[in-house]
Ligand binder design. Structure first.
Ligand code: UDP
Ligand code: MN
Length: 252
């Protein structure tokens, strides 16, 4: 039995949501042995996500996990002020621990945000991970590529080229690592937390799992870029108001 790739995607209602998830679902359709765990930041499952998943032809699990009100971004509050995806990712981890805990369950767990860009090679690279695999991420942290630095003699990760908060134990983006399922199950407490400094979500989780020396470099010794931390511009919808006044709707 080939390891299944479990991609955990937090998602929330906004004008670009359907476009993001459509693009993502078409990329994932090209990945063999794949299971999409999509976790909505909402009180109940939405029609949009339910329908999209039903017609996606993917193996999937549809979960919901509303972000607590105190951690929700206020209107016009800058994005970086509050962590994103915490409740959703922890809910997915809980689901895996309850439903994929048999010794015969083989898999790799990856946190796949709904706005990033994923190359198919990425999934080939991560399938063989025994504990935690790492690789470069494009367009993040103020750099073209943020990447692990590999020792030529030992072949192990000895640091990162990161410039933003380089003092973090794991100065890596969420898209830059994946975890073996059985290894994750063997660490039942490991999870994300709201009460950590900005940019420390990855370090919080990884510190509970591995030491630096245990990381497994992928993507040709971390020289190739197979994932990009792209971000979608918020569309200008200024004229929607005028349409609504006329009793017309353009969102159907
Ligand atoms: N997200 C969410 N609820 C929110 C904000 C974000 O579920 O209130 C999701 C989002 O859809 C994405 C992930 O959390 O899959 C990371 O958010 P985002 O891409 O906005 O963060 P950034 O890449 O800007 O750090
Ligand atoms: Mn993003």
């Amino acid at each position: 039995n080939w390891p299944i790739i479990y991609a955990i995607t937090p998602t929330y209602k906004r004008p670009v949501q359907k476009a993001e998830l459509t693009r993502l679902s078409y990329a994932f359709r090209l990945v063999p042995n794949f299971h999409w765990i999509i976790v909505e930041d909402s009180e109940k499952p939405t029609k949009l996500v339910t329908n999209l998943l039903r017609t996606s032809m993917l193996n999937y699990t549809h979960l919901i996990a509303p972000t607590p009100a105190s951690w929700k971004r206020k209107l016009r509050e800058p994005k970086w002020k509050k962590p994103r995806g915490v409740s959703q990712r922890n809910t997915a981890l809980k689901w895996l621990r309850l439903n994929r805990n048999k010794p015969t369950d083989r898999g790799v767990v990856y946190f796949a945000d709904d706005d990033n860009t994923y190359s198919l090679q990425l999934f080939t690279e991560m399938r063989s991970i025994r504990k935690v695999g790492v690789w470069p991420v494009g367009l993040v942290g103020g750099l073209m590529v943020e990447r692990p630095i590999i020792s030529a003699s030992s072949g192990k990760v000895i640091g990162w080229n990161s410039h933003w908060r380089p003092e973090r134990k794991f100065p890596i983006d969420m898209a830059g690592f994946a975890i073996n399922l059985q290894f994750l199950i063997s660490k039942p407490q490991a999870e994300f937390s709201f009460n950590v400094e900005r940019g420390f979500q990855e370090t919080t989780l990884l510190s509970q799992l591995v030491g630096l020396e245990e990381l497994e470099p992928r993507a040709d010794n971390c020289t190739k870029v197979y994932v990009w931390h792209t971000r979608t511009e918020e569309p200008n919808l200024n004229d929607e108001k005028a349409l609504k006044k006329l009793g017309q709707r353009s969102d159907e």
